[in-house]
Design a protein around this ligand. Structure first.
Ligand SMILES: *Cc1c(COP(=O)(O)O)cnc(C)c1O
Length: 317
């Protein structure tokens, strides 16, 4: 299957204005067996660094439905390193499907109250882990930092090599690590970044600063990247992992118009909803756009069947 495919706007978004646009999708979700979408790319250099340091354990953070935790547990399953996963919120008797998979792949789960979790590397749970284990390599929440963006910068350059020219690319953001790498890559055209978080205004600056740091590291010189991207904070549909009725409606229509393309509920669905609305009103500024699918399909298991258009393919079971 080609990794670049056309996207059809759902019928209720079709009009004379939206028909002018050409929207395509890069199927990052189909790229890697165990860590689809952006996750493998964010992990790549962290895992190299962990091997270089001869780490016996890799530790990282995430929520009970985290795509990041799921991906890293799957990747480490076949390597010699053990995963210590700090899981946000208490663990309940019945684990989420994400956590069940992780346990089956040999990961060790460390529950952490939301309050302690917020402290990151300064949390109590991290101290306990350090008292029990030596040789731990830590990956920040979401596979982050500049090391994470090194991999996504490379990903962007690889995608550019495979595509004909687009006027713009569009991508979803959680921590913004993936977007930083894309922005830093010399071959990325204008970049539209859609935040999945509510109130993420300050992230715009973080993304640009991380991208500039990365460019310095690779010897590319740009004074500013401000005119190379647009950051949207109004696409969250009520907040992180929340689902508005309009979004659900959009997803059901989108799945009919694009039967081969499964979007994830937390990130890509919201970005494509926002893009579709802007195209419908004629306010989207680029004619030929490539949307980057960042994966995350397993995240559907945190949602009730009633809002899920992809049953029985992606279900809670
Ligand atoms: C993790 C994830 C993101 C967010 O990536 P960041 O680098 O944290 O911005 C975006 N889309 C999907 C599908 C994800 O799973």
């Amino acid at each position: 299957m080609p990794l670049i495919q056309p996207i059809h706007l759902p019928e209720s978004f079709m009009n004379a204005r939206s028909q002018r646009y050409q929207l395509s999708i890069y199927r990052g979700d189909l790229e890697h067996c165990c860590a689809p979408g952006n996750k493998w790319h964010k992990l790549k250099y962290h895992l190299q660094e962990a091997s270089r340091q001869n780490a016996d354990y890799i530790a990282t953070f995430g929520g009970p439905f985290s795509n990041h935790l799921h991906a890293i547990a799957n990747v480490l399953h076949t390597s010699g390193q053990k995963l210590l996963a700090i899981v946000r919120g208490e663990l309940f008797m019945e684990l989420t499907p994400t956590l069940v998979d992780m346990v089956s792949w040999g990961a060790e789960l460390w529950p952490s109250s939301r309050q302690d979790y917020r402290l990151g590397l300064d949390s109590e749970v991290v101290k306990v882990i350090h008292s029990l284990y030596d040789n731990v390599y830590w990956i920040p929440e979401g596979g982050g930092g500049v090391i994470g963006s090194m991999g996504t910068r490379e990903w962007a350059n690889n995608i550019a090599r495979e595509t004909q020219t687009f006027d713009a690319w569009a991508i979803s953001a959680g921590t913004g690590v993936t977007a930083s790498g894309f922005l830093a890559a010399g071959s990325t055209p204008f970049l539209h970044i859609f935040s999945a978080l509510k109130g993420a205004k300050e992230q715009q600056r973080e993304i640009e600063e991380r991208a500039l740091l990365l460019q310095q590291q690779y010897g590319d010189h740009h004074k500013s990247l401000t005119d190379r991207f647009c950051f949207y904070t109004d696409a969250h549909e009520g907040g992180y992992a929340k689902q508005s009725q309009e979004l659900t409606q959009f997803l059901f229509e989108f799945s009919v118009a694009n039967p081969g393309v499964i979007l994830d509920p937390v990130y890509t669905a919201k970005s494509l909803f926002a893009i579709s609305k802007k195209m419908m009103t004629g306010l989207w500024p680029h004619q030929k756009t490539l949307f980057i699918h960042t994966g995350g399909i397993q995240g559907w298991r945190g949602y009730p069947d009633s809002v899920n258009p992809y049953l029985p393919l992606c279900s809670r079971k």
